[in-house]
Design a protein around this ligand. Sequence first.
Ligand code: UN1
Length: 503
Amino acid sequence: MTDQPASDAPVFEHFVAGEWVPSVSGRLFESRNPADTRDLIGYFQAGDPADTARAVRAAELAAPAWRRTPAPKRGEILYRFAELMAEHKERLARAMTREMGKVLTEARGDVQEGIDIAYLMAGEGRRMFGDTTPSELPDKWAMSVRQPIGVAGIITPWNFPIAIPCWKMMPALVTGNTVVFKPASDTPHCATLLVELMAEAGFPPGTVNLVTGSGAEVGDALVESPDVQVISFTGHTSTGKRIAERAARRLKRVSLELGGKNGIVVLADADLDLATDGILWSAFGTTGQRCTAASRVIVVEAVLGPLLERLERRARALRLGDGLEPTTDVGPLVNAAALTKVEEYVEIGRREGELVCGGRRATDGPLANGHFFEPTIFSGVRPMDRIAQEEIFGPVLSIIPVPDEPAAVTALNQTRYGLSSSVYTRDVNAAFRAIRDFETGIVYVNAGTIGAETHLPFGGTKETGNGHREAGHAALDTYTEWKSIYVDFSGRLQRAQIDNQPG
Ligand code: UN1
């Protein structure tokens, strides 16, 4: 934290009521490239409750006009924003790789996910269906419509720094809410670039406000603000629980996307080469830093040997490096704290299972100045071991052998999380049993645990969330309340439940 930039790296500001503004306190924080921490991206405003209050006020003032703007017109602005993101896709993707490390192809995918949800939600401007339904009384009309809630506080993680803010802001905005956006402190630059494009797309001043800063200063102020009616948060389960507790005191709606400990089940008849591709992509893509990442492989003993041999050979061949280099398969972890956490879990893993490959920081040559960790596999892990239960959020995979399919289902479900799961099998009956029995919000058959598409509901069971879903039309439920409307055109008093009933 600093008051004065120590270098000539650019200084970025909050976005409030359509203006770029410094924070009230004048304090700044840095964002650096995790592949090479000597690369300073810029200085960002360290927002606090005073900045948050200003942004909430701006969002409140903009709300009446925005909610009265016809939804198809709101949708047109989302559409323009999608077009602008598509135009700037490469620039956004490169900025993302530089700021949080994921390899460029995946960064492009992240931006694409933002574009996809913006188009989808632009269309909602002309759908946003309510119900019309018959009244039980004659000459009476009954219908229900979605209403915006008010001001939405959007608190987002660094691992999908474009996609997740779009998942949250697009449905909030198209349904007529205004937004205060608090991005992760590791990715303020991506957030700034996104909001610049939103302003250019024509969202009116105050409908979208950006406040950078810490969760303790800005996030908490949003959660506590009586003028923010809905909070959407993606991050740690412990933080999500704290948010839910505090918001509950104000009867504030909260949508939570929290941890995962996603498993892939490999049955005896699986195509092992296909399973190997899916496991490696799900475990080590985004350096294991996805909520949907596979951190457990539950494999029936009959195919343990051949699967393990394939996984080890392929994992050892993965190339670590700067995500901007086309030869890189796996980028750095996001920051030093993430690296330390992964190291601690690897120590625990050494006691619980057998290290197959990886297990070390990577510091050779060009990796010396980044947060790199080798793709790591443990075998012989038991379902209740800590490395099989706790979310590590890094490139660490546990192989859990089981005797048969029923034991695999039990192990898969033996977790407090329930986001994503997968089964590899050629047996259609086994596939459908998995679809039925896996206790997760997302199930894949013959594909890994990552790669959800934006027009289907996204979210999980158990401690992965609190029952809400993002994406798809399910996302509208987070940001709207139902209004039921009765129009009586009989010209007389008609009493429901009474006049049209016997006795
Ligand atoms: C996340 O990690 O929080 O399904 C989101 C996927 C991506 C989204 C992940 N489409 O892996």
